[in-house]
Design a protein around this ligand. Structure first.
Ligand code: SF4
Length: 462
């Protein structure tokens, strides 16, 4: 199957072979195509589109379930990343069933937000300028984080990560927390802007070498771009120096900290992607045996109506992504690039469906069984973009507070048993990141399928 757009040809796997004598073949092909493009569609919607009765539809669904080639055709479709990156792993781990059954379990993913402040003021960031956690709160906060690290069952080494909220490296106790978690077998990844990843920080916090990975959010490739985005002068030079040093040190120490980036492709900066590859190649040259491990590219769709790019922007971005992929193959061939939900389809020239949950689509009880975020005060937030101090309305999304005498397990239990829910108002949708949005859309889909009597086949694939 090929789609041609903007002069670039995209190739997807051929559709699975279907018997032309089989009258259901056309229906199967349409099903596969529909869910490869729009994974969150309720089953009844598709049944009506196909114009088949329930028995026939059940037979079609059972056929898809039986045939790996049909499943593969769905997951390699233009929206396949939703299936492969998020939905199917959560299904495999029973996380979605736990949410639907309102079980009292440890959240599947626990984000620690230990940063009391941030040195940047990115123009797209929701944080409140000037709002921060007091330094005097850090001792108790770090004791609280230590207690969470100690209580989480160690059966899933990736159950926790460190992010924000604000910048984690502004917490001088972070290294100790990382070591503590590593001592219990957790593989922590730190999300940071790496401005404070200085020689001094590394020597004062040797525990940072116990990280499993460091993911640096990169806000430009020159000092000018950084200043435009973060408001901070001369920041790129410092971040680059920090990363070059980190590269050399991890090679010298033979430390297996995985190193990578997330990079938001901001409007008008698509052409800069080639320079991004050159930057990574420069870091690789500093430690040839330890090339940069990964790069997560993300599209910035904030501030656009419906999150849609104009046709001209799409064309520019698609061409830039093609040239970028060629440059990666040439200069940084070991780099694992993740294009995310939206860019993967765009790169291939096929418009995928980008999920945008509005306040009416938000679930009052959210999805505490799937994930929580814990800030310096011990407040347990239900959404990833809500954990900032002083953010108007965000307090409504606090499930409870961990602290002396109250564990995370107790917070979850009390929250679930209370039946508490939040009535979303306009603007609340910005508390959700992409992961929260996918979860919300999937859970609503599952509930619709179950309500329509499709429990056995709910969610199409699992
Ligand atoms: S996006 Fe991150 S680095 Fe930028 S201001 Fe917000 S917390 Fe700081």
């Amino acid at each position: 199957m090929t789609d041609v757009a903007h002069g670039r040809t995209a190739t997807y796997p051929d559709p699975p072979t279907v018997d032309p004598a089989d009258p259901s073949a056309a229906h199967l092909a349409r099903l596969v195509q529909r869910y490869g493009r729009s994974p969150f569609t309720p089953l009844e919607t598709v049944r009506h589109e196909l114009g088949v009765d329930r028995d026939t539809f059940a037979r079609l669904l059972a056929t898809v379930r039986r045939r790996p080639d049909l499943r593969a055709a769905v997951t390699s479709g233009p929206s396949g990343q939703y299936w492969t990156k998020t939905i199917l792993p959560l299904e495999r781990d029973g996380v979605l069933d736990n949410v639907l059954a309102r079980k009292v379990v440890y959240p599947h993913i626990i984000a620690l937000y230990p940063g009391p402040t941030c040195m940047f003021r990115c123009h797209f960031c929701v944080r409140v300028t000037g709002a921060r956690y007091q330094q005097s709160a850090l001792a108790d906060g770090n004791a609280m984080f230590a207690s969470v690290i100690d209580e989480v069952p160690p059966d899933n080494p990736f159950a926790m990560y460190v992010s924000g909220g604000l910048e984690p490296l502004t917490n001088p106790g972070l290294g100790e927390l990382v070591s503590r978690a590593a001592g219990r077998g957790f593989k922590l990844v730190l999300y940071s802007n790496s401005f404070a990843l200085t020689e001094q920080t590394l020597s004062r916090q040797p525990g940072l070498w116990d990280l499993h990975g460091l993911r640096t959010s990169l806000y430009g490739l020159t000092d000018e771009e950084y200043e435009e985005t973060t408001g901070k002068r001369a920041a790129f030079g410092r971040v680059k120096d920090n990363l070059l040093r980190f590269q050399r040190l991890r090679a010298d120490r033979d430390r297996p900290v995985r190193l990578g980036f997330s990079y938001l492709v901001l409007p008008g900066r698509a052409r800069r992607l080639l320079h991004l590859v050159d930057f990574i190649a420069e870091l690789n040259a500093a430690a040839p045996d330890y090339p940069i491990d990964f790069l997560d590219l993300r599209e910035d769709y904030s501030g656009r109506p419906d999150g849609k790019l104009s046709a001209a922007e799409r064309a520019e971005l698609q061409d830039a992504l093609g040239a970028f992929a060629d440059r990666v193959a040439e200069r940084t061939p070991t780099l694992r690039v993740d294009y995310g939900y939206a860019l993967q389809g765009l790169k291939a020239g096929i418009e995928s469906e980008l999920i945008r949950v509005d306040p009416a689509g938000m679930r009052p009880t959210a999805h505490i069984q799937a994930g929580v975020q814990i800030d310096v005060l011990g407040d347990v937030y239900l959404y990833r973009e809500a954990g900032f101090p002083g953010l108007p309305g965000a307090q409504r999304y606090i499930a409870g507070r961990v602290g002396p005498g109250r564990s995370l397990a107790q917070v979850v239990e009390e929250y679930v048993h209370s039946g508490a829910g939040v009535a979303a108002v306009p603007g609340d949708e910005y508390f959700m990141d992409g992961f929260d949005q996918v979860l919300t859309a999937r859970l609503s889909q599952l509930e619709a399928d179950i309500a329509a009597g499709w429990r056995d086949f709910r969610g199409f694939l699992r």
